[in-house]
Design a binder for this molecule. Structure first.
Ligand code: SF4
Length: 244
């Protein structure tokens, strides 16, 4: 069997940076407990390695004892959670990806100028929840073309994407939003790593008979790659481990 390995296979810059930061923090902890706020990566194998280094996962700032170290993961958190961490008097290591930070600032800036932010993404995804907080939790999120019809009216709107969004879907939704509102500012904030991976899967789909996407089942990024493979008519397998 011939196997083609995608050139862009592997962790994206933001996740690699966050994982490296946790390992570095674990090495330099000086007996302080180290926690990540939620799993640092949707990859059970890496999480297992971190667990061996004594890094624990918490789901709420309340669970972190004062003086401990808490790492914020690559897709960032809401302003409310940041404030709660500050109140808990813990050491915060912010591993929010610089590309997510940019989208947060974009939303903040345009919301202050009176734009209604619309985020094309998964409403319940932590990145999207974090982004909403930069518009005082007043941003709208949409995940499909159908949802556009039920959006309320607004004078001027800002459209951005969850960084791991399906780029083609984002563009379709942005076009529909342009038809619905008078003043629309669109920023394609789909991350470059996401863009390159999705395009590579589309290109490879023309040359191969089957696609194996290796990555966490909870990862939006890998789930979307598998979805693109299936949509292209490929027999697609989304697996996490060698055994599968
Ligand atoms: S914004 Fe891009 S590089 Fe950053 S964590 Fe998300 S996918 Fe990775």
């Amino acid at each position: 069997m011939r196997i083609c390995l995608a050139k862009k296979a592997g962790f994206c810059m933001g996740v690699k940076r966050a994982v490296d930061l946790v390992f570095k923090t674990a090495r330099q902890r000086k007996n302080r407990p180290v926690f990540t706020l939620g799993p640092i990566i949707h990859n059970p194998q890496v999480l297992h390695l971190l667990e061996k280094q004594g890094v624990k996962i918490i789901e709420d700032p309340e669970q972190a004892p004062p003086g401990s170290i808490v790492v914020i993961r690559a897709h960032g958190v809401s302003l409310e959670i940041k404030n709660r961490l500050t109140q808990k008097k813990v050491v915060v290591i912010d591993a929010t990806c610089p590309r997510v930070l940019k989208v947060q600032q974009l939303i903040k800036q345009y919301y202050q100028k009176g734009y209604q932010p619309i985020i094309v993404g998964e409403r319940e995804h932590p990145e999207v929840k974090g982004l909403c907080s930069y518009a005082q939790n007043q941003a709208w999120s949409v995940g499909s073309e159908e949802e556009i019809k039920s959006l309320p009216q607004a004078q001027k709107v800002l459209v951005v994407a969850q960084t791991t969004q399906n780029e083609r879907l984002f563009k379709k939704i942005a076009e529909l939003i342009k038809k619905r509102y008078l003043e629309v500012k669109v920023f394609n904030t789909v991350c470059n790593s996401t863009h390159e991976r999705q395009e590579e899967v589309r290109k490879m789909a023309k040359k191969v008979e089957a696609l194996v996407v290796v990555g966490g089942k909870m990862s939006g990024n890998t789930r979307r790659l598998a979805q693109i493979g299936s949509e292209a008519g490929l027999k697609t397998y989304h697996i996490e481990t060698e055994d599968e």
